[in-house]
Design a protein around this ligand. Structure first.
Ligand code: FMN
Length: 220
C-alpha cells in the first residue's frame, strides 16, 4: 500500500511513495514526465490517404535498436499522426533544434485533419528519399521510417518504425560524426518545460579485463 496522498502534496516531509493506481491519471502523467527526462522529441511528418500533410511532436520517443535500425514513439489516443501511419505505413522523424522550438510547438495545436501544419508553421516540406511523407527542410536531420509494428498499451499505441533512410545536413557534421553542439536538439521535460543539451562530457566505459583483479573497497 502507498501513503495516504491521492494527489501530489505541495511539500514532502519524507520520501514520496506512490502506487500508480492511487493517483489520478493527470497527476501521474506530471510525475512520470518529470522523472523520465530529458525526452527527445520526434517531430513526426506523415501524409493522409488523401495526401494532406501532417506534422506533430511526440516526446514518448526513442531509438530502440540500431541492428536493424528502429525507433518507437507512442500516440496517446488516435490522432492524425497515427491515422496517417495506419493508412500509409510511413513517417519521417525530424529533429527539433532550439531554433525550431516555437514552430514545433505550433504544430502541437489540435488542428483538424484537413489542415496542413507545414503551412500553419511556415515550414518548408521537401521530398524524402524513400518514403512519401515530406521532410521538414529547416530541420538538420531526418529519419525516414516504415511502420514495423503497432503495440496497444491501454489508451496509447506504440508505433515502432524501421529507419530506412537517414538524412543529415552538413552544418551539423564534424570530424566524421554528428556534433551534438551543432545539432542543438531540444528535449522535453514535464508540462511546458524544455531543455537544451547543456554540458557534454565523455565517460569511457570500464572493461572487465582492466578491472579484473581489483576489488571495490568494502562498503562501496
Ligand atoms: C513537445 C511535445 C511532445 C508531445 N509528445 C506527445 C506524445 O509523445 N504522444 C502524443 O500522443 N502526443 C504528444 N504531444 C501532443 C501532440 O503533439 C498533439 O496532440 C498534436 O496535436 C497531435 O497532432 P496530430 O493530430 O496531427 O497527430 C506532444 C506535444 C508536444 C508539444
Amino acid at each position: 500500500m502507498s501513503g495516504e496522498a491521492t494527489r501530489p502534496p505541495s511539500e514532502l516531509t519524507g520520501p514520496l511513495e506512490v502506487d500508480t493506481g492511487d493517483w489520478p491519471t493527470r497527476e501521474l502523467y506530471r510525475l512520470l514526465t518529470g522523472l523520465v527526462v530529458p525526452r527527445p522529441i520526434a517531430w513526426v511528418s506523415t501524409v493522409a490517404a488523401d495526401d494532406v500533410r501532417n506534422l506533430a511532436p511526440h516526446s514518448y520517443f526513442n531509438l530502440v535498436s540500431h541492428d536493424p535500425p528502429h525507433v518507437a514513439f507512442s500516440s496517446t489516443g488516435v490522432r492524425d499522426t497515427l491515422t496517417n501511419i495506419r493508412a500509409t505505413g510511413e513517417f519521417v522523424v525530424n529533429v527539433v533544434t532550439a531554433e525550431l522550438v516555437d514552430r514545433m510547438n505550433l504544430t502541437a495545436t489540435d488542428f483538424p485533419p484537413d489542415e496542413d501544419e507545414f503551412v500553419w508553421s511556415g515550414l518548408t516540406a521537401v521530398p524524402a528519399a524513400r518514403v512519401r511523407p515530406p521532410r521538414v527542410a529547416q530541420a538538420p536531420a531526418h529519419l525516414e521510417c516504415r511502420l514495423a509494428q503497432e503495440v496497444a498499451i491501454g489508451r496509447a499505441t506504440l508505433v515502432i518504425g524501421e529507419v530506412v533512410h537517414v538524412h543529415v545536413d552538413a552544418s551539423v557534421w564534424r570530424d566524421g560524426r554528428v556534433d551534438p553542439a551543432l545539432l542543438d536538439p531540444v528535449c522535453r521535460l514535464a508540462g511546458d518545460e524544455y531543455a537544451t543539451l547543456g554540458e557534454v562530457f565523455a565517460l569511457p566505459r570500464p572493461r572487465w579485463e582492466r578491472i579484473a583483479g581489483t576489488r571495490p573497497a568494502p562498503g562501496q
